[in-house]
Write a protein that binds this ligand. Structure first.
Ligand SMILES: [Zn+2]
Length: 245
């Protein structure tokens, strides 16, 4: 019995040391692959466009930007390049768009041009959902209909969301009408992070801790997607506690 215990301790103590070297090597290679990635993050709405509003006046644009900033920080921490379509409370319409009363379309075109100005590896648009009825809740991911890469990213991201957020019955949804998804090459997804019109979900959506968990779910979805593209079976995700303490 005593010998078995000792043998077991020896095994537990030494096996990780024997395995450490190749694992570290594989993770380093993957890390290097990740560093070359570029992600475009689009915080929906902004400026005069508040997006959906709660009954208490909370604005979707503010929640979207907070989550976008946390996602940017998570990605940048491991060296990934990030392009934000907006970094502040603004829209991307031009003076001309406003003068011609095309502000909304001009804003979307501005986001499209910003995304297309770089060679991105994934595009993630962040929005909150809304409904006249306060009973609906849950996050889900939309992707461009017919685009396999986008569908794969949406599926992987949806699984990460299910693991980290409150249980949701929602699933990924193909879309063929959203301005940005329609015009962008994949992988491109739009994430509805939850319903601003559901009182309990709204309370969570406003909490920095919950916003960070949403951002981390999207981060992990991206990492798993890129790892699935890679030939290596090693994963190089960083835990939520490492990123946020
Ligand atoms: Zn929106």
């Amino acid at each position: 019995m005593q010998f078995k215990k000792l043998a077991c301790c020896f095994f537990v103590m030494w096996v990780p040391l024997f395995l450490a070297s190749p694992c570290v090597q594989a993770a380093t290679t993957l890390q290097a692959d990740m560093v070359r990635k570029c992600i475009v993050i689009d915080a929906g709405h902004g400026g005069v466009d508040s997006g959906a509003r709660s009954q208490q006046g909370d604005m979707e644009k503010d929640i979207n930007l907070k989550i976008a900033e946390y996602l940017r920080d998570d990605l940048q921490q491991i060296g990934i390049s990030v392009v934000m379509t907006r970094n502040q409370d603004m829209d991307l319409a031009t003076q001309e768009d406003r003068a011609n009363k095309h502000r909304h379309r001009g804003d979307l075109r501005g986001r499209l041009l910003r995304a297309k100005s770089v060679h991105y590896d994934a595009f993630v648009s962040i929005h909150c959902n809304a409904d006249p009825s306060p009973v609906w809740r849950g996050a889900h991911v939309l992707y461009k209909q017919g685009d396999e890469k986008s569908k794969e990213l949406a599926e992987i991201m949806m699984n990460a969301i299910r693991e980290h957020l409150l249980p949701t019955q929602r699933d990924i949804k193909a879309n063929q009408s959203l301005y940005l998804l329609k015009r962008l090459d994949g992988p491109a997804v739009l994430v509805e992070v939850g319903f601003i019109t559901h009182p309990e979900e709204l309370r969570l959506l406003k909490q920095p801790r919950y916003q960070k968990i949403i951002a981390y779910s999207l981060y992990e979805g991206l990492m798993r997607y890129f790892n699935s593209e890679s030939t290596s079976s090693q994963r190089s995700t960083v835990s939520f506690s490492t990123l946020h303490g």
